[in-house]
Design a protein around this ligand. Structure first.
Ligand code: AMP
Ligand code: TRP
Length: 343
């Protein structure tokens, strides 16, 4: 059966949103709403896999939802909500905990990075996190998931879970009169010039919420002056910009800044290099800073305006959750029957 094309994605309300979240994910959400039915979630249940102060979690949940809308996501045309409001996410995640294998989960590099040597003391939720992510996506039978490069392995696991569920429960799925390909094999949408935005301090590390250096990332809520200073101070090599993309090979910091420019300007790295090839950082960095401020400042201002009225954010999230719940319950009631739960 062909599945209706449907987009699902989510961002955690943990820490502050940064340029990597915007270019790798949120900006893509805005683009995909033009052509697809989209569901955008603030994954508060994922956030608590590591400790969050409850008041901070509430603030960050509203801020992420506000940032989606400020960046251009229309909460009327699409569904925007926070995950914990739709309890079927937790329910399907439990079923998937019993479909996924320990070996699959043990290979997840994000878990290994986040847990480090501390595997005895991190939460069980952090280990099971990718099964919840698979539940988020498959509850809505989403076919396309826009994310940054770092989520690729989790999406492969989502495909594995869908295939194993379809296979293990095949006879029961048919007995219920449902399509044998019950869950879709979801496509990751990892595209564009900034699928992996790197730290401004170290071109070998990705820009992240948890980097101890504030200079390593641009926050969506940074003011113009801070954005400008961080970009102008970004680490680079001393060479001028190459004229072709091939010249960026092995120049991690240069590649990163050109990618950021291209993504902000809605163009390609090749096009940026056609314009700036041969020029030095003294010319490129101020141009990049101006572009970043021009693109990010209006989003920050609109996010601030929206979070000043938390009730209106809660209202569109409640409306989104009510609409999400209809699809979520339809899937979950089928899954209960498929698995053999009596109701
Ligand atoms: P998270 O903050 O981990 O919930 O990530 C939210 C979204 O931002 C996911 O789609 C990530 O893949 C994406 N993302 C996070 N960091 C980066 C980065 N440095 N470059 C590109 N995308 C990123
Ligand atoms: N794991 C994702 C991240 O850390 C967030 C996420 C949770 C997600 N559920 C999702 C992304 C479903 C896409 C689809 O970035």
């Amino acid at each position: 059966m062909a599945f209706t094309p449907r987009v699902f994605s989510g961002t955690q309300p943990s820490g502050d949103l940064h340029l990597g979240n915007y270019l790798g994910a949120i900006k893509r959400y805005v683009e995909m709403q033009k052509t697809h039915e989209c569901i955008y979630c603030v994954v508060d249940m994922h956030a608590i896999t590591v400790w969050q102060e409850p008041a901070d979690l509430r603030r960050a949940t509203r801020e992420v939802a506000a940032a989606y809308v400020a960046a251009g996501v229309d909460p009327k045309k699409n569904i925007v909500f926070n995950q914990s409001r739709v309890h079927q996410h937790a329910e399907l995640a439990w079923v998937f905990n019993c479909v996924a294998r320990m070996g699959w989960m043990s290979r997840m590099t994000q878990f290994k990075d986040k847990a480090g040597k501390n595997t005895e003391h991190v939460s069980l939720g952090l280990f099971a996190y990718p099964a919840l992510m698979a539940a988020d996506i498959l509850l809505y039978k989403a076919t396309h998931v826009p994310v940054g490069e770092d989520q690729k392995q989790h999406l492969e696991l989502t495909r594995d879970i869908a295939a194993k569920f379809n296979n293990d429960f095949g006879p029961s799925i048919r007995e219920q009169g449902l399509d044998a390909d019950y869950f879709p094999i979801t496509e990751p949408v990892i595209a564009g010039p900034a699928t992996r935005v790197m730290s401004l301090r170290d071109g070998t590390k990705k820009m992240s919420k948890s980097d101890p250096s504030e200079q390593s990332r641009i926050l969506l809520m940074d003011d113009a002056d801070t954005i400008s200073k961080k970009l102008k101070r970004a680490t680079t090599d001393p060479e001028p910009l190459p004229s072709e993309e091939k010249g960026l090979e092995g120049r991690l910091e240069a590649d990163n800044l050109v990618g950021i420019y291209a993504a902000l300007a809605d163009t390609t790295k090749a096009e940026v290099l056609r314009q700036y090839g041969g020029q030095g950082w003294g010319a490129f960095k101020p141009a990049l800073a101006d572009l970043a401020v021009a693109r990010l400042a209006p989003i920050a201002a609109e996010t601030r305006r929206l979070v000043a009225d938390p009730a209106s954010i809660d209202a569109f999230m409640a409306d989104g959750a009510a609409r999400a719940s209809e699809t979520a319950e339809r899937t979950m009631s089928e899954v209960r029957r498929i698995v053999g739960f009596i109701r």
